[in-house]
Design a protein around this ligand. Structure first.
Ligand code: CP3
Length: 344
């Protein structure tokens, strides 16, 4: 199979396939016993991210078990802040913790973008291993966090329900905020370029907290950085498709692909597939958008909703996915039920 025949790449190229290709956000994760075993072997989450052999192994586990059409590099959006000099650690059961950015002095302590590879080289090695070992019909997806989402963690030092510390810095010290956004944007371009050079065939930008940016702020801090990153990548790697995920953008999804140059917009499940087919898929490929709770609850609702999404997007290019990551309490059998409903 030549690369252009891979189902994910065909969909990203605008082809309407009789059966949509499928993968899942967080498909390598704690709901899988084999992931939990490898993570225990690595010691902790960050040691797993920086161990190329084990990171490649957990990336491959859901491919072996389910035969997904894409593998997503096992890493985390917070490795780039760490490479830029932030302290990073994970508190079990709670989530990430980072040193905070509260003003110009914290910003001055960050490292220049041309030093990130010293930390991120193991990630590129994971990509190289995967591009050798993946089955030939499976597409390898690299990724990074979008600047706004990464900034919310760097400013607050942790996940926050409403991203208030980042909004506050944006209002009260726009010079520091804008300089931080510029540093992350430049770092993201380098980081994604290296992933592509190592063998990533598609890259995805996760703007998980785009939904808390409204109106002009959405344009300035979600859409514009995505446009800048995609424009730079298209110059260096014109053939590599980019998926943008401005999660919970709502009306902001409309025209996002055209405005940013993204080849595909990933949709969360706050929008219906019928609405998104009419207003977003008109511009090209979309990805999504089954609510991840179906992976916990299962039953006929899972099958019905999966078929509804396939049907709603059947007239245009579509990659089936969840609306957000699969959760640790998901039942692995429900993932197989979803795949059977799509392919059967
Ligand atoms: O999708 C994949 O399977 C690829 C790997 C991947 C991970 N994180 C592994 C991970 C990807 C693409 C991410 C992205 C990511 N990381 C995002 C954006 C997407 C989203 O979910 O909104 C964000 C916001 C992060 C930051 C992050 N990493 C948080 C907030 C947490 C803790 C919350 C949680 O689920 O525990 C992580 C940890 C993390 N990243 C895990 C995994 C598999 C769980 C860690 C573990 O094994 O204990």
């Amino acid at each position: 199979m030549t690369p252009s025949q891979k189902p994910i790449l065909r969909a990203l190229n605008g082809e309407v396939l009789p059966v949509p290709p499928v993968w899942m956000m967080r498909q390598a994760g704690r709901y899988l016993p084999e992931y939990r075993a490898t993570r225990a072997q690595a010691g902790d989450f960050l040691s797993l991210c920086y161990n190329p052999e084990l990171a490649a192994e957990v990336t491959l586990q859901p491919i072996r078990r389910y035969g997904f059409d894409a593998a997503i590099l096992f890493a985390d959006i917070l490795l780039l802040p760490q490479a830029l000099g932030a302290d990073l650690w994970f508190v079990t059961g709670e989530g990430p913790r980072l040193s905070t950015i509260t003003g110009p002095d914290d910003l001055a302590r960050l490292k220049p973008v041309d030093e990130i590879d010293a930390v991120l080289n193991p990630v590129y090695e994971t990509v190289r291993i995967l591009s050798r070992e993946l089955p030939r019909e499976v597409t390898l997806i690299g990724f990074a966090g979008a600047p706004w989402t990464v900034a919310t963690y760097m400013i607050a030092g942790r996940g926050t329900p409403d991203q208030a510390p980042a909004h506050k810095l944006m209002q009260e010290d726009p010079a520091t905020f804008d300089a931080l956004m510029a540093r992350i944007t430049a770092g993201t371009i380098e980081y994604l370029s290296r992933q592509i050079e190592a063998g990533a065939e598609v890259v995805k930008l996760f703007d998980s907290w785009a939904g808390s940016l409204k109106g002009d702020a959405f344009r300035k801090y979600s859409l514009e950085p995505a446009r800048e990153i995609i424009a730079a990548l298209k110059i260096r790697h014109p053939g590599t498709p980019v998926i943008a995920f401005p999660r919970e953008a709502g009306q902001g999804y409309v025209g996002f692909a055209r405005a940013t140059g993204a080849d595909c917009v990933a949709l969360d499940n706050s929008v219906t597939p019928e609405w998104a087919a009419e207003h977003v898929q008109v511009d090209g490929c979309v990805q999504g958008n089954l609510a991840s709770h179906h992976m916990v609850t299962g039953g006929q609702a899972l099958v019905d909703e999966t078929k509804r999404i396939v049907r709603a997007f059947s007239k245009g290019p579509h990659i089936f996915n969840l609306g957000h990551g699969i959760t640790p309490d998901a039942d692995p059998d429900n993932v197989q039920r979803m795949i059977d409903a799509i392919r059967g």
